[in-house]
Design a protein around this ligand. Sequence first.
Ligand SMILES: *Cc1c(COP(=O)(O)O)cnc(C)c1O
Length: 360
Amino acid sequence: MPKRVLDFRSDTVTRPTPGMRKAMAEAAVGDDVFDEDPSVHALQERVAELLGKEAAVFVPSGSMSNQIGVRVHCDPGDEFICESGCHIYNYEQGAYAQLSGLATRTVDGACGVLQLEQLTGLIRADNEHLCRTRLVCLENTHNRGAGKIQPYDVVESICDWAHANGLRTHLDGARLFNAVVASGINARDWAQHFDTVSVCFSKGLGAPVGSALVGTKEHIKKARRVRKLFGGGMRQAGIIAAGALYALDNHIERLAEDHANAKKLGDAVGDIPGLKLIGDAVDTNLVIFHVEPKLGTAAEFCEKLKAAGLLMLAIGAQQVRAVMHLDVDEADTARACEILGEVAAAAPGVKVTAGADVHY
Ligand SMILES: *Cc1c(COP(=O)(O)O)cnc(C)c1O
């Protein structure tokens, strides 16, 4: 039998479990653009309730959910403030500009974490030369920040300041449930500071497709219009909504296993000469590490890992990302640690010219 490849590239690579497939196969469906799909309704109600908001809308992807979120709060010519490593700014093709005519003001954070003092001078004056500052976007957990959990008091202070100054707030919570499980702070408490929150079902929760945007009834009414505008109106979407609902019922608590595995991998990386962990700690399910040039570039290092049956992602010239998820267990993680050590210990071999810099 061929050896199973250990895939640590992303928590998007999971495949639906038999239980999830069964729930999907049996889902009641209707036309969701007509707002008549009972499974989509059930999911939307569940997510709104979990996050303590009035309403939710089911969408195909986290990128769409974010882009609908910013569009709900901003009109063309408006500007939003965000951290410079965030997904909305870096990994969505500048869709806020392409689709909505928005400008952005980026601020460098520490592992994705901004401090209020960095933002207080950034709201533009009411002057016809200038963009209108409308929105602040945060990301929790932070992908480029190596899965960092935003400090709760920082989130609170930034959002309070934004609201006191007439700005809206949006949370990219693609991995919010990782933050919930690791911090013990519930989803409602995190979400209460934001006007809209996007959550993904297709990352650590293990569903094949889908994200949701939550907010007030008013915001979600507008979001449904924008979803249709962006081509995200789906028909018998209950089949995939049932997978997402199953994930909420069965796959939240188990994220703690991913976090425990990530800590083990992080510890192993710390002990391997030539590799260095990025970030002060492993908070959740992501591990990002620096590869010393003597071991080759990140792309070359990943090529060697691949030859040994382990997939990780080069996310910079010398940076590699590993992500724990539903389809890798403790034994897989232990094996991944061994392979990392063996590959790092071996003298640099293959020279690969493949480009680095792939990220999701
Ligand atoms: C994965 C991800 C998204 C959305 O991804 P899609 O592939 O569009 O579903 C958004 N934000 C963050 C932080 C992510 O990691």
